[in-house]
Design a protein around this ligand. Sequence first.
Ligand SMILES: *Cc1c(COP(=O)(O)O)cnc(C)c1O
Length: 404
Amino acid sequence: MRLVDTRPPFAGLANLSEGALASLPTPCYLLDEAQLRRNGEILLGVQQLTGCKILLAQKAFSNFDLYPLLAPCLAGTEASGLYESRLGKEELPEKENHVFCAAYRVDEFNELLDYADHIVFNSPAQLAKFGPAAKAAGKSVGLRINPERSTQEGHAIYDPCAPGSRLGTTRAQWDAALAKQPGLAALLDGLHFHTLCEQDADALAVTLDAVEEKFGDLLPGLKWLNFGGGHHITRPGYDLTALEACIARMQEKYGVQVYLEPGEAWALNAGYLVTTVLDTLQNGDTSLAVLDMSAACHTPDVIEMPYRPPLLDAGEPGEKPCTVRLGGPTCLAGDVVGDYSFDAPPAEGDRLIFGDMAIYTTCKNNTFNGMPLPPIWALAEDGTCRELVRFGYNDFKMRLGHRA
Ligand SMILES: *Cc1c(COP(=O)(O)O)cnc(C)c1O
């Protein structure tokens, strides 16, 4: 197997020796410290140039063993709820702790106040219900707005601006709430929007036009504006200059501190999933291979998004002589990673390496079919590999019941 591939998802494998690769168990997630550092440095550069603050959205990447590596580059963590907020507090206690949840629970809110510094509410009703307690506890309070300007077509499930969305407060919702409770506005320290997914700064600029059009009158009195996530900042070719102009535009015009909270960008192309071919089959015209990793269990976004992940040394279907459909060992007919082409057909025992596997994988996997969770390893900058965590039968059983 050729380990040197300069295409972005595999560039970091140049550090990995054949011997180190062969010693990894499969399936196995391998997190790439050099690539994480590279991403961190790009994000630090944006902060240094513009004065904005960039948070790690933990829902995309929360392998806290590697938080110390990112810590010098990040301003804080962003959480989707109580547990992620607590994780950020435990693992990066010196950093800012931000949380957004579509609806907070009464029985969790007091504990959340122990962890979070910035609390963002999704609706005027949630702001009215919890905002006064958050303010009394000294928290910075925000409202997620919905600027109602879709900038993506590809993935409807990732478009919070779609008609009928529950995410974010529209201007009409805000005006209606304010008419009944004029005191709501005084609770706000900032506004938050999250409308992008794997997008470039041109989509951000369009979103900012809509934010100004709909909510511009609220901004001058506020302390901060959070641009959410979905900024593909560390992708080769991303227009950093346009991003920096977007940040400067809002900071200068409204005097607000700009925050960004990407998830993907921190760990983009910074991980691999190493898997072994367990069996090969032929069904009519279709060549198949069954792997020891499952798309449904170990890379759920492959099915949910859906997308076809990059595979080292493989081409598009039909591009190379042998096209093979790769699937997992579960009972699910749709547990298919995708169709790939190879110079020679993969054989039982071959190792395959999927790229860009650090995001939305280790934090989103599951044990459907009793599938074991792959261990998580780290690839250090000197090319050595070490195990961060391994899982066993108990990690499957403990979620299903408890016999005293
Ligand atoms: C998902 C999400 C993020 C991170 O998104 P990425 O696409 O991983 O950058 C940030 N903020 C909020 C509110 C989110 O829902």
